[in-house]
Design a protein around this ligand. Structure first.
Ligand code: FPP
Length: 261
């Protein structure tokens, strides 16, 4: 279905992203940016096209933004590609997103490799088609040694499900006598999350006009700065990323404490 609808492959990541970074402070670039890529369906509808057209365009945008983020010095992008709630969508749309993902993981890996991007995933493998799981493993394997930006794709991901999954695995360890309940601290808990080993996001970007979290990274965004825009994800540009980072740099992050004067 994917090839019939969209025979053309994705554009390669831009070699260079021209941005005026003169207003940015290079020593305060958010290390980790999380993105809720919303508005694909509305973007397509506004052009009289089917919703899936918007997802294809959204996947293109993600590549451009990964390239731009890398050139700005961002280390990690966590992008919400498919939530545990997205299974409620019409089966044709779910199939399309899975095919899009399958295509992305097969055909775009070379492009990620050429750009030194390391691909990771967060979310439950249960319920995902076996072919997707295999391609995810392959993408991890092939890009494992890349030292550039980490693209962490949240697929079949839900924040509550992630926390429950962590609680269950810790409870099992306690039950088996391998962990004392009082030893469960922040570090031990975080080690049981899908985001194990990654720092928390500094900045959370949401496109598409809504001002909500939608079950994304509930634990990890405790102190993330939020930046939202009405722009639909396929129209999101590197210049808008720069704008979000500039806004981040103006914020005073106190993490619950007081500012040192
Ligand atoms: C939200 O737009 C987007 C999704 C549920 C899917 C996100 C998927 C992509 C951007 C494609 C990325 C895919 C890969 C392969 C990495 P929406 O459908 O909720 O839009 P709407 O709010 O306008 O209905």
């Amino acid at each position: 279905m994917f090839d019939q609808l969209f025979p053309n492959v994705f554009r390669p990541m831009p070699k260079q992203v021209d941005l005026d970074t003169s207003g940015l402070s290079p020593d305060n670039i958010p290390q980790h940016i999380a993105i809720i890529m919303d508005g694909n369906g509305r973007w397509a509808k506004a052009q009289g096209k089917v919703r899936t057209f918007g997802h294809k365009a959204g996947a293109e945008t993600l590549k451009t933004i990964v390239r731009a983020a890398d050139s700005l010095g961002v280390k990690i992008i966590t992008a919400y590609a498919f939530s545990t709630e997205n299974w409620k969508r019409p089966v044709t749309e779910i199939h399309f997103i899975m095919e899009l993902l399958s295509h992305y993981l097969t055909n775009e890996i070379q492009d990620f490799n050429d750009n030194n991007v390391q691909v990771r995933f967060m979310g439950s493998r249960e319920g995902l088609p076996p072919v997707i799981r295999e391609k995810m493993d392959h993408a991890i394997e092939v890009t494992r040694d890349n030292t550039g930006l980490i693209l962490n794709l949240a697929i079949n991901y839900g924040g509550r499900a992630e926390i429950l999954h962590a609680v269950q695995s810790l409870a099992r360890r306690v039950q088996d006598g391998n962990l004392a309940a009082e030893d469960i601290d922040t570090a031990v808990f975080e080690d049981s999350l899908y985001s194990r080993g990654l720092p928390d996001p500094d900045l959370l970007i949401r496109t598409g006009g809504d001002q909500r979290i939608s079950n994304f990274l509930l634990w990890q965004i405790a102190y993330a700065e939020m930046w939202t825009t009405h722009v639909y994800w396929p129209d999101f540009t590197p210049a808008m990323l720069l704008e979000a980072i500039a806004s981040f740099q103006k914020r005073e992050r106190r993490f619950g404490g007081l500012v040192q004067k």
